[in-house]
Every structure is written in structure tokens, then in C-alpha cells.
Ligand binder design. Structure first.
Ligand code: AMP
Length: 525
């Protein structure tokens, strides 16, 4: 059957500037020497890799699993996979053997690409699972993938794909139970990219253009979809960092206009004296997401740079869902300021509702489970039809697993993950509420509250508090202050002072590790 192709690569390619010799990616070699890629380089090099993939005679719908360090070539492999119509499956470079064994066993990729250093053990796992092709890709344009692709033609016509065809599988971080492969289609990714291009006011070259600082990993939705698609769908160049470096990022601001980061990156830049109003003067927009941005960080950034961070909310299964407004325009009744502590409004095309345990929609300001619908919502979990069915409510609403509220003006606030809810003596305790009180105490930098088993109450809260540099905190005093402010069932039973909170590479606090650490505290032996 003939249909207009909805291949995401074709849409990105259509946005490339007319002059293909302009720079698309400003990168550096591992030794720090400048290494620029033109739009023509992106087009030709991804064609070579796409032709290599096609020459392997893979079946339709083959998965290409990729566990490599970040590099522009890894990005080219992504673009090539889209072009050839296969399914890109990026894997966090931190994953170890047992995890890779699970992902490869579950996804059954036709091709695996790994770092040259991991070839020994990764290829063993892959061949055992029935994968026929294992290539390597290093960070310095080395490895068998590029050697083989160099012999392929640099001309390639993108495979025809329908909106509903799979483009990517992203395995969720899976802090509880098995990690699930979220299946995203060409249509999911393209619709989201187009919405964000408009919503965040990306500027065309005629409007002065934009330059994105890309310092996030590309095995995750934030760096791969929001970042890469954001720049490419607007024909905007990227300043590319394989690893985040606070000083280098601040220095790059003089040549850039847009930055996307997880909250930790903002905190690390605030610790640098080179972050000043002048250093950020050329920038148009700072975007934060993937984990809650502390109101403190939001305010400190505003004070230091004069810029108001725009916070947004999304997840692997849905790409972006909500965003603070770019400008206080008429779309939001002329009152659309960026508000710290909130994730703004559902994006155009995204429907969002907050429901109670019975699934009934709640009113403004009421806390409940967040459900969403829209063209950006994924197709389901790979090989898990039952799990997929459980995660959708009647009417096609996807249960995000997040708990939150929407105020009368439409601003959405995330209160936490559903599974982080503490039920103590039958009462619901939202950790985010308790954390926000702790975070306001003098000398506190940040905190995390988790539920641990308790012989009488079922569960009780434990607070882990990080002091500001140079501050001394008394855990008993923290508890005593909370008892003066909050209903006693909400007050954590114990408080611990720590130098930092455990976080994953996307800046999310790993509450599962804290729960594990303190789980024996109140259990009778
Ligand atoms: P992931 O699938 O790894 O992208 O994780 C998605 C989860 O990150 C969401 O379900 C939220 O719990 C969390 N998240 C993402 N953005 C934000 C944000 N701006 N504020 C609070 N939580 C967020």
C-alpha cells in the first residue's frame, strides 16, 4: 500500500538549511581539538551507515541495540537507523553484564553496537541470544561500524514508514520490577518535536536562529528526543559535549542561545564563579526537566543570570507532556509566567487529568494520579501486552505513575511518583510536601523523604537531609520543627544528615536506594 512516508528522518532532513555546508555540530576530538560537522556531513555519513544496515538483509522491524559512549557518530547511527526504518534501542552506558543480558534477551536485537572495549563480553551475550551482527563504535571515530560503513554509498533514500511504525524502544530506568521497553513511533516523536518547536519559540535563521548546547546523554529521551530533535527540526546547530563540564558549558553560552539540563547541571553551574549575568547574556532560553527543579535553584539562577528557567515534564513513554510557557502570551490568558516548582501547562494536543483511586477526575488543587492522552503517548511496552493493558485506563488514558495536581489556572505540579507515596497508619503522606517544608529550613540544601516498613504503622517516613555548605544541622531539631508545622502522622520518624543524595545520571534521586538502606530501622528482630 502507498502512503505518504512519515519517516521521522525525512521530517528532520526537510528542516536542514539550504546551505548544507554550514556547521550543524560543533564538537571536539577526545584531545580537545575542534571538530565540526556540516549538515552535508550528517546527511552523507548517516546515509553510509543506513546503507550498511540495509545491506545486512535484516527483517522488517529489526532492533538495533546501541550501548556506546556519547559521540557525534552515535548520533549518526541514530539518524541512520531512522532512515533505514529500523528500531533504535539505546542503552545506558552504565549498564553491566547482567543488565545487558536482560535487555538483549528481551529485545532480541538483530544488530548490537558496543564500545570496542566491551566487545568481548557484549558479543558473547549477543551471539548467545541469537544476534547475528555485533559492531563496535568508539568515541574517536574508531571501531568496526564506521570501517564497514566507509565502504557504503553516501546516498540513501529514507525507508517509507507510517506514523504508527516503531522508531525507538527506550527501556525505563526500572527502579522497581523489570525494566520495560517503551515503544515509540515515528508519529509520537515527530508530533512532539513539532509542538516543542513552536511552544518554545525556536527561531528560524531569518529570526536570528538558535544554537543549542547539547551536554546530555543520548540514551535517554531528554538528550535524544528533546535535545537532538529540538535542534534538528529547526535546522539549528548544536554545540556538542560528550560529557557535561560546568566551566566549558558556561564558556559556550557566549556562542549559544538554548540550553537543556537536568537540575543537577544547573546546581553544578551555580557553583562556578564564571556563571554571571554577562556569561549568560547571549542566551535565550534555559530548560530543565527529568527531575524536580528546587525552587531555590530556580531563584538562584534567576538572581545570578537574570534568566528564568523554564521547567517541563515528560517521561520515556510519552516524551514531553507539560511545559511552563515560553512567553506570557494569550494562550494562557495573558498570565503565563514561568513558575518555579511547577511544570506548567499540558502541551498543545496533550490532554491531562488528575484522578482519585477510583479513577474519577478530581478538581483544581486536588492531589491524585496523573493520566494523559495524546499523539505523543507510546504504543505500549515491548513484549508486555498485559502490563501495557494495565497501564491504560478506559478511554485510552495512560497512567503516568506520577502524583500531582493542577491549579485553577492550569499549572501542573508534580508531587512525586505514586510508588513513593507513604501510607503510615492508614494515612497518605506525600514525600514532596514534607521535603518542601524541610527544604525551607535554614541551612538545608535539599532533602529526600522515603517510607520504610514499620511493625505497627505499616510504614513510616525517614528523612535524609543535605546541609548547605558550611551549615551544621541537628536531625532532632529538623524533626522538632516539622512537628510544630505538620500533622504528626506526616512527620518522619528519623532524620539523617548526609553529604549528598544518591542520584542517577539523569539527576533523579534514587529513593529505592534510600529505602533499601533504611528498611531495617523499625522492624522488630
Ligand atoms: P524517564 O522515563 O526516565 O524520563 O522518567 C520520567 C519521570 O521523571 C516522570 O514520570 C517524573 O516522575 C519524572 N520527571 C520528569 N520531569 C520532571 C519534572 N520536571 N519534575 C518532576 N519530575 C519529573
Amino acid at each position: 500500500m502507498q502512503f505518504p512516508s512519515q519517516n521521522l528522518y525525512s521530517a528532520l532532513r526537510a528542516a536542514f538549511p539550504e546551505d548544507l555546508d554550514q556547521t550543524a555540530v560543533f564538537a571536539t576530538t577526545p584531545d580537545g581539538a575542534p571538530l565540526n560537522y556540516s549538515w552535508r556531513d550528517l546527511e552523507r555519513a548517516s546515509a553510509c551507515i543506513a546503507n550498511l544496515l540495509e545491506s545486512l538483509g535484516l527483517p522488517e522491524g529489526s532492533r538495533i541495540a546501541v550501548q556506546v559512549e556519547k559521540s557525534v557518530e552515535a548520533l549518526l547511527l541514530y539518524l541512520a537507523t531512522l532512515r533505514a526504518g529500523f528500531i533504535f534501542l539505546p542503552l545506558n552506558t552504565a549498564y553491566q553484564q547482567a543488565e545487558i543480558e536482560y535487555f538483549i534477551g528481551d529485545a532480541e536485537p538483530a544488530v548490537v553496537v558496543c564500545t570496542p572495549g566491551n566487545f568481548g563480553w557484549v558479543s558473547k551475550i549477543a551471539f548467545k541470544a541469537g544476534t547475528r551482527h555485533v559492531f563496535t563504535l568508539g568515541q574517536d571515530r574508531d571501531g568496526s561500524l564506521l570501517e564497514r560503513a566507509a565502504h557504503c554509498s553516501d546516498v540513501h533514500t529514507p525507508a517509507r514508514r507510517a506514523r504508527d511504525d516503531l522508531a525507538c524502544i527506550l527501556y525505563t530506568s526500572g527502579t522497581t520490577g523489570r525494566s520495560k521497553g517503551a515503544m515509540l513511533t515515528h508519529g509520537n516523536l515527530l508530533s512532539n518535536a513539532l509542538v516543542l518547536r513552536d511552544y518554545w519559540g525556536w527561531r528560524t535563521p531569518e529570526q536570528g536562529g538558535d544554537v543549542l548546547i547539547h551536554a546530555l546523554p543520548i540514551y535517554h529521551a531528554h538528550g535524544l528526543f528533546v535535545g537532538v530533535h529540538g535542534a534538528l527540526i529547526n535546522g539549528s546547530p548544536m554545540i556538542w559535549f560528550n560529557k557535561f563540564d560546568a566551566k566549558a558549558t558556561i564558556a559556550a553560552m557566549a556562542r549559544a542561545t538554548v540550553f537543556m539540563g537536568v537540575p543537577t547541571l544547573y546546581v553544578r553551574m551555580l557553583a562556578e564563579s564564571s556563571l554571571t549575568r554577562e556569561a549568560a547574556a547571549h542566551m535565550r532560553l534555559f530548560i530543565s526537566g527529568s527531575a524536580p527543579l528546587l525552587v531555590d535553584t530556580f531563584a538562584a539562577w534567576q538572581k545570578r543570570t537574570g534568566h528564568t528557567i523554564l521547567e517541563r515534564y515528560g517521561m520515556s513513554e510519552t516524551v514531553m507532556l507539560c511545559s511552563n510557557p515560553y512567553a506570557p502570551d494569550a494562550r494562557h490568558g495573558g498570565q503565563g509566567e514561568r513558575r518555579g516548582g511547577t511544570v506548567g501547562f499540558p502541551l498543545p494536543g496533550v490532554e491531562l487529568r488528575v484522578v482519585n483511586d477510583a479513577g474519577a477526575a478530581l478538581g483544581a488543587g486536588e492531589i491524585g494520579a496523573i493520566q494523559v492522552r495524546g499523539p505523543n503517548v507510546f504504543k505500549g511496552y515491548w513484549h508486555m501486552p498485559e502490563k501495557t493493558a494495565q497501564e491504560f485506563a478506559e478511554g485510552g488514558w495512560f497512567k503516568t505513575g506520577d502524583v500531582g495536581q493542577q491549579d485553577a489556572r492550569g499549572y501542573v505540579t508534580i508531587v512525586g511518583r505514586g510508588k513513593d507515596l507513604i501510607i503510615s497508619g492508614g494515612f497518605n503522606v506525600y514525600p514532596a510536601e514534607v521535603e518542601s517544608w524541610i527544604n525551607e529550613m535554614p541551612g538545608v540544601a535539599e532533602s529526600a523523604v522515603v517510607g520504610v516498613p514499620h511493625a505497627d504503622f505499616g510504614e513510616v517516613g525517614v528523612a535524609v537531609v543535605v546541609p548547605r555548605a558550611g551549615a551544621k544541622l541537628d536531625p532532632e531539631a529538623v524533626i522538632a520543627r516539622l512537628r510544630d508545622t505538620l500533622a504528626h502522622f506526616k512527620v518522619p520518624r528519623r532524620c539523617f544528615i548526609a553529604s549528598e543524595l544518591p542520584r542517577n545520571s539523569m539527576g533523579k534521586v534514587q529513593k529505592n536506594l534510600l529505602r533499601e538502606q533504611y528498611r531495617g530501622l523499625f522492624l522488630k528482630v
